[in-house]
Design a protein. Structure first.
Length: 684
């Protein structure tokens, strides 16, 4: 509770440009998610970069590290943690140094002070993998390396996955946060949503772990703690951060029977505040707070040539789980397998976005802090300028295209790069207009001009904007380098017509059907038809409808529309008109009252024969006579029925001439429509 109170206060008072929190809770269990999200929206609006640990239980965000009652199997299903899953938060996941490749002398020196910066790491980048100590520890333990835990001892891996429970009802997940507009990544065979994490840093407490030194508070039970002189790290030697199971290490600990001291820590609770520290240094380097950073991170990741991110391509955050749990949640979130079996849930780092390397285990990957800062600065300091030749033509009717040449020009100090454009590189487009670039990736060597062609396309059924439209073109990852064009859109000149290619009169008998082949054509300029022959399509999809005189529904004539009534771009479609045949529907068994009375009569005769009184017998005989009449003519007793004595008849579609109008429309703000008529001649 104190942590929640603290971060609310920090946001409400706008205390800092960067806030990091290492606490989180699975989306399903956060009973105050709505109010928490509102607070994070406030942080975003204030320009605060809010960072949060993605969690330490892999893809099982609703489970704890150890579940002794389930033999350490996850039972909470696929889940991510909140607030890491909030679109207003930067979620920080975990990586580990690949074991054993990353621990060789290729990457580490044996003593400090040799390198210019005083460190021991050399030949970057270190080989990294997704943090999953269940896997790494199992491999290392099998090789006789002394470690803190054995394989299967606990769930210990970086949180990651897809938000699926920001909306719930009755404790059942309904949906998660949608994918934010800045999260411009696609995961193969994975439905879009708010993907977690965004970035990752080293998180394993074992490969290699973080050492921190603090006074050993448990040695003193009363304040002031400042008088303590004993450090959790002792003298700082390798042996002093390791404690033997029995006795105390001095110097180098040997053997396999020891655990790692609490001064060695890990988890995404470490990676998040460390990334917050990096962002604070970048803020200083860039001369001020950069605000929420997710959009910038994904822009930088789209340009892989800057080297800011280390894409993680190996490892996973798979977690062993108890089959078919939790049964209270949708099947897609449950552990696969039957009750009583063991399955796995989670994601592979190799299943990644092709452009950025993003995956659901480590996000965009870890960062090279220096290259990230330099690339960030390049966004703020343009490396080139953009100019354009103006749209030709500058004014188009709706449904037409126009284009211009974009020129990339070097400036003093320009360096080589690849300048990328996408459909989102154009802002200010009127509704119904789109843009494309050819090529979309432009090699730029920093000394010579480079060009690409921008094409703006409009649709004929768009709303016509008034006046000049200013459209700004911005390369991907270069928000401060732009050029603008102006466009005027006028009403469309496009038209289309419908015609039956199989005649205009279709004779059918009652119960029969007619197939009407409809062709779409256009004589306007520009044409409503694009392409030719088998590849011809309409400029925008058409939706078809039928109406008739006399009324088709009243006459029981059904009209089957193309593409099951959905829009289609086909230039030739088939419409089926089916009439209804005469039918006779038998009555239900319990409506056959003759049968009931026929069964009843023998019993009544038995009553007569058993009567002891002649008078009572006469009365009963009279009743029998009446009931006998009912068995002959049910109408007099309310039985009902037609004169045919069998059921209810339907004469079907009446014979006659039906004028059928077949119509098509583009829909949209300014729909284009057309229709044609045929005659359906129905005979008996």
């Amino acid at each position: 509770t104190d942590v929640g109170t603290s971060y609310y206060y920090a946001i409400d008072q706008d205390l800092a440009p960067v806030i990091s929190m290492s606490y989180g809770i699975c989306e399903l269990d956060d009973t105050s998610l709505s109010s928490d999200e509102a607070e994070l929206v406030e942080a975003f609006s204030e320009g605060i970069a809010f960072l949060n640990s993605s969690g330490d239980t892999g893809a099982a965000g609703c489970d704890t590290a150890t579940n002794s009652h389930t033999n350490n199997l996850a039972v909470g299903g696929l889940a991510v943690n909140f607030p890491a899953s909030s679109p207003e938060v930067t979620a920080v996941g975990g990586t580990a140094i690949s074991y054993p490749a990353g621990f060789s002398s290729t990457y580490w020196l044996s003593a400090n002070g040799t390198l210019p910066n005083g460190g021991t790491a050399q030949n970057p980048p270190l080989p990294e993998t997704a943090w999953n100590d269940d896997v790494e520890l199992g491999e290392a333990y099998s090789e006789g390396t002394p470690l803190q835990v054995q394989q299967g001892y606990a769930i210990a891996s970086g949180g990651g996955g897809v938000s699926n429970c920001s909306v719930q009802s009755g404790g059942v997940c309904q949906s998660g946060f949608p994918q934010p507009s800045w999260q411009t990544v696609t995961i193969p065979s994975q439905a879009a949503g708010r993907f977690v994490p965004d970035v990752s840093l080293l998180a394993s407490p074992n490969f290699p772990g973080y050492v921190y030194c603090t006074p050993v508070e448990e040695l003193s039970t009363t304040p002031p703690y400042s008088t303590e002189t004993t450090s959790s790290c002792g003298t700082g030697t390798a042996g002093d951060i390791q404690t033997a199971v029995s006795g105390t290490c001095s110097g180098t600990c040997t053997g396999t029977n020891y655990v790692i001291d609490p001064s060695l820590v890990g988890g995404t609770s470490a990676s998040s505040p460390i990334f917050a520290g990096l962002l604070t240094v970048i803020n200083q380097y860039l001369g001020g707070a950069q605000g929420p950073v997710n959009s910038t991170l994904y822009q930088l990741a789209a340009n892989t040539s800057n080297g800011a991110f280390h894409q993680i391509t190996t490892g996973d955050n798979l977690v062993y789980c108890e089959g078919d749990t939790p049964t209270s949640q949708p099947a897609a979130l449950r552990c696969p397998g039957a009750t009583g079996t063991t399955g796995t849930i989670g994601y592979q780092a190799s299943n990644a976005d092709s452009a950025t390397g993003y995956n659901l285990v480590t996000g965009l990957g870890s960062v090279d802090a220096n290259k990230l800062a330099v690339a960030w600065a390049a966004l703020l300091t343009p490396d080139y300028t953009l100019t354009n030749s103006g749209l030709n033509p500058a004014s188009v009717s709706a449904g037409s295209q126009t284009s211009t040449t974009i020129t990339i020009e070097p400036i003093a100090g320009s360096t080589g790069t690849v300048v990328n454009f996408s459909s989102s590189s154009c802002s200010g487009l009127p509704a119904g207009a789109t843009c494309s670039f050819n090529p979309s990736s432009v090699p730029f060597n920093g000394t010579a001009n480079a060009t690409t062609t921008l094409t703006i396309s409009t649709v004929p059924n768009m709303a016509i904007p008034s006046g000049l439209q200013t459209i700004t073109i911005t390369p991907v990852g270069s928000p401060n380098t732009t050029t603008s064009v102006t466009l005027t859109v006028t009403a469309t000149t496009e038209k289309f017509t419908l015609a039956s290619t199989t005649g205009v009169t279709f004779p059918v008998t009652v119960g029969g059907a007619a197939q009407i082949q409809i062709a779409v054509s256009s004589t306007s300029s520009p044409s409503f038809i694009t392409g030719s022959g088998a590849g011809a399509t309409t400029a925008v999809p058409l939706t078809y409808s039928c109406s008739g005189s006399p009324n088709l529904a009243t006459a029981e004539i059904t009209c089957t529309l193309p593409n099951n009534g959905q829009p289609t771009n086909a230039t030739s479609v088939t419409i089926k008109l089916a009439t209804t045949a005469p039918t006779t529907q038998l009555q239900r068994p319990f409506d056959q009252r003759r049968i009931f009375y026929a069964v009843l009569l023998p019993g009544l005769f038995g009553i007569v024969f058993a009567a002891g009184s002649r008078k009572r017998g006469l009365h009963l005989l009279a009743l029998i006579v009446i009931l006998s009449c009912c068995t002959v003519g049910l109408g007099s007793c309310g039985g009902g029925g037609n004169s045919g004595g069998g059921g209810i008849s339907n004469p079907g579609t009446p014979a006659g001439q039906y004028t059928v109008t077949i119509s098509a429309t583009t829909g949209g703000a300014a729909p284009l429509t057309a229709s044609t008529q045929i005659t359906l001649s129905v005979s008996q």
